[in-house]
Design a protein around this ligand. Structure first.
Ligand SMILES: NC(=O)C1=CN([C@@H]2O[C@H](COP(=O)(O)OP(=O)(O)OC[C@H]3O[C@@H](n4cnc5c(N)ncnc54)[C@H](OP(=O)(O)O)[C@@H]3O)[C@@H](O)[C@H]2O)C=CC1
Ligand SMILES: Nc1nc(O)c(N)c(N[C@@H]2O[C@H](COP(=O)(O)O)[C@@H](O)[C@H]2O)n1
Length: 222
């Protein structure tokens, strides 16, 4: 599995405000780059925190990119993958529309009722892990669904866990020219944080986009 994490953060490293309300940090050019990255992926993944905060669509917008996917034999849209141990994705969430396949990664804590509801809404549920989703096991199972490249869009809890598990191959982060602040505002990598064996990244390139900077890294490991 090839895993690319992509996110947009303020100059002070925040993904959104302390209210966890979505902030447009990227400009038009960066959102278009994100659309192209989605189109090149088999799946677009977020944590359930992002679904609850943003109610995202996680779909490709550009018609030509959708057509190019079908021409090469891929589904028109990448699958949407949500790390959602207890199946908290609301039944009226946009990810339950029929625009793309939706795969919920759950753990053993998901109740039978929640499993039935999610499946009734049309989602595929993949169970991995006792408490939280075991991301390594879940990714192995996604590979059996033909998913070889995943683009992860956040949020900070999920990004930390992926780095902690050594599952990230590439990171691209757009640094927008705004300051958000707030000790409780989500950052690019939250979770418990690292105290040693910090993940090592190698800067691949820097590009000016909109009024910000796109930083692209290879992840070398811990
Ligand atoms: N600027 C940007 O590019 C982006 C900004 N955002 C912002 O980030 C915020 C949401 O981020 P955040 O709250 O961190 O939420 P996340 O999207 O990272 O979701 C976190 C949740 O995922 C579930 N989860 C399941 N398995 C795991 C695992 N192994 N490791 C970690 N989490 C797991 C957990 O819930 P459970 O235990 O119930 O399963 C956890 O609470 C919002 O404010 C959103 O607007 C989000 C994405 C991109
Ligand atoms: N790349 C990027 N730039 C920003 O400024 C953002 N706020 C985000 N947020 C992510 O995009 C998702 C919304 O996707 P849809 O447009 O609804 O498909 C959101 O959930 C975050 O993951 N990303």
């Amino acid at each position: 599995m090839h895993v690319i994490v992509n996110a947009a953060m303020s100059v002070d490293g925040k993904l959104s405000t302390r209210h966890r309300e979505q902030v447009a940090i990227s400009g038009a050019e960066d959102f278009d780059r994100v659309d192209a990255l989605r189109a090149d992926s088999d799946a677009v993944m977020v944590g359930v925190g992002t679904v609850l905060a943003d109610d995202p669509s996680l779909t490709v917008d550009d018609r030509e990119r959708i057509d190019a996917r079908t021409e090469r034999g891929d589904p028109p849209q990448p699958a949407r993958v949500i790390a959602d141990s207890r199946l908290r994705t609301p039944t009226d969430a946009t990810v339950y529309d029929d625009a793309a396949e939706t795969i919920l990664l759950a753990s053993d804590t998901a109740t039978d009722q929640a499993l039935t509801e999610a499946r009734t809404k049309g989602a595929t549920v993949v169970t991995a892990g006792e408490d939280r989703v075991d991301l390594s096991v879940a990714f192995d199972r996604l590979e059996t669904h033909g998913i070889e490249q995943v683009m992860v869009e956040g949020g900070g809890e999920l990004v930390f866990s992926l780095f902690e598990a050594g599952l990230v191959d590439e990171l691209s982060v757009f640094v927008g020219s705004i300051m958000i602040g707030g000790r409780d505002a989500p950052t690019l990598s939250d979770g418990d944080g690292f105290t040693d064996r910090f993940p090592q990244l190698r800067l691949r390139d820097i590009e000016r986009i909109d009024d910000g900077a796109l930083l692209r890294y290879h992840v070398s490991g811990r």
